[in-house]
Ligand binder design. Structure first.
Ligand code: PMT
Length: 403
């Protein structure tokens, strides 16, 4: 699946001659399966007509803070965006963003988002090389904004120099990279992930197990690693993973509890993706139960709820993430677990749905935040789901950050 498929992109177009190139950018993003919400500044209207952009985008052009059906369009657009790309970004838009101004819809949306932002400056060489612009660009880069540098070539009025908007393919690639977790928002963060299903011994050869393959847990671990985190996986499955990720192999719920208890206190983020047995045989039989000894009676006892246990001793600032595998009342059941286990967010999947949950390469989830926010992530490969989960983790971390 294309990595832009199903992603929400806000395309900001500001008032420069390169605005006409944003039309082609919009078309390519939509062709790649993205939902594109365009914002044009008043000045952009001097260069291109909004009808052209509206016809190609996924929704009509937004321009004003005041004439949208929603009373707060900037927060709706900013919060729903998976990424914001501004092409072209004029010196004025760059300065406003660096200063945190919110005088129009585009500038307000830029500061009302926690999504990655890709800025594609385009202006005359003298402006691009002005110390004020250089300082603003440096400041924005230091805040994690991705700058797609302008290219050298013919500029408006026949001049030649640096300041041409980067070509469309380069911008699309930067947007894709931003969405794929090349954003290094987890540098300096330790992330603990559990993966796979526990196996509880009945006798020397038989176990109570479940269908978890570990794919979703490993996808989260690998995306977190790509975003700069130090990652440990407590895993019941033997899967290839990226160099640099520490794997702690376990088999039973008790072993997972022991390993998690050891690593969780020093972790900034804990993601319990594993399917942990709720019950285990009171005692595993030594040796193999013989068939001719009759039907065995296996007495079960509850295991410790690892996530619930972590929720009772969560260090300050730690983000605790659970999963909820449901077959009915997805959101209500998951919200119950979110509250009972003192989580920051929970990822609910309806494991009775086609291609969702156990064993599949794909998943479809609703991410529920303790704040009450809910985000539906449509059917996608498990790495895309992992990216969405980590985006939410990042948002919650930013919200918890001392001001
Ligand atoms: O591994 P895959 O094949 O890729 O499949 C992914 C998945 C379906 C396993 C994953 O998406 C998922 O839903 N994981 C949670 C499975 C589960 O056990 O859900 P639950 O609703 O029973 O548990 C809720 C939460 O409590 C989970 O975070 C679970 O890890 C945790 N738990 C449960 C029981 C227990 N004794 N201790 C726990 O910590």
């Amino acid at each position: 699946m294309n990595s832009l498929h199903g992603r929400s992109i806000v395309l900001g177009i500001s008032g420069g001659i390169a605005a006409y190139k944003a039309v082609e950018l919009c078309r390519q993003l939509v062709d790649a399966g993205a939902h594109v919400a365009p914002i044009m500044t008043e000045d952009a209207h001097r260069f291109i007509g909004p009808v052209t952009v509206s016809a190609l985008a996924s929704e009509p052009v937004h321009t004003s803070l005041w004439d949208d059906a929603s009373p707060i369009p900037h927060t709706r657009l900013g919060q729903n965006a998976d990424v914001i790309v501004v092409a072209p970004a004029t010196a004025r838009v760059i300065a406003a963003y660096a200063m945190g101004l919110s005088h129009d819809l585009l500038s307000a949306t830029l500061i009302a988002t926690r999504a990655p932002v890709v800025l594609c400056p385009a202006m005359h060489t003298e402006m691009w090389e002005h110390p004020a612009v250089e300082d603003n660009i440096a400041l924005l880069r230091s805040r994690g904004v991705i700058i797609v540098e302008p290219q050298s070539g013919r500029l408006a009025g026949g001049d030649i120099g640096t300041g041409r908007l980067a070509d469309t393919a380069t911008i699309v690639e930067a947007v894709t990279t931003a969405l794929n977790g090349s954003v290094k928002d987890l540098v300096g963060t330790s992330v603990l992930v559990t993966a796979g299903g526990t196996r509880e011994p009945i006798d020397a050869v038989r176990v109570i197990a479940n269908r978890s393959s570990g794919k979703q847990g490993y996808a989260i671990a690998e995306q977190a690693h790509k975003r700069g985190a130090t990652v440990t996986i407590v895993s019941t499955v033997d899967r290839q993973t990226l160099a640099g990720i520490t794997v702690v192999p376990v088999e039973t719920a008790q072993q997972m509890l022991d390993a998690v208890s050891c690593h969780a206190p020093s972790s900034d983020v804990v993601v319990m993706t594993a399917a942990v047995a709720d019950f285990r045989p009171v005692q595993a039989i030594a040796g193999k139960i013989k068939k001719d000894e009759g039907i065995p009676q296996i007495i079960l006892e509850p295991t410790v709820d690892i996530l619930g246990f972590l929720g009772t001793r969560k260090p300050a600032g730690q983000i605790l993430v659970g999963f909820a595998a449901e077959t009915s009342n997805l959101v209500d059941n998951a919200r119950g677990k979110l509250k009972r286990k003192n989580l920051d967010l929970i990822v609910a999947n309806d494991v009775s749905a086609d291609q969702v949950g156990f064993g599949h390469d794909t998943n479809e989830v609703t991410i529920l935040l303790a704040s009450g926010e809910a985000l539906e992530v449509p059917l996608a490969d498990k790495h895309t789901i992992a990216t969405a989960v980590l985006d939410s983790v990042s948002r919650v971390r930013m919200a918890h950050r001392p001001q």
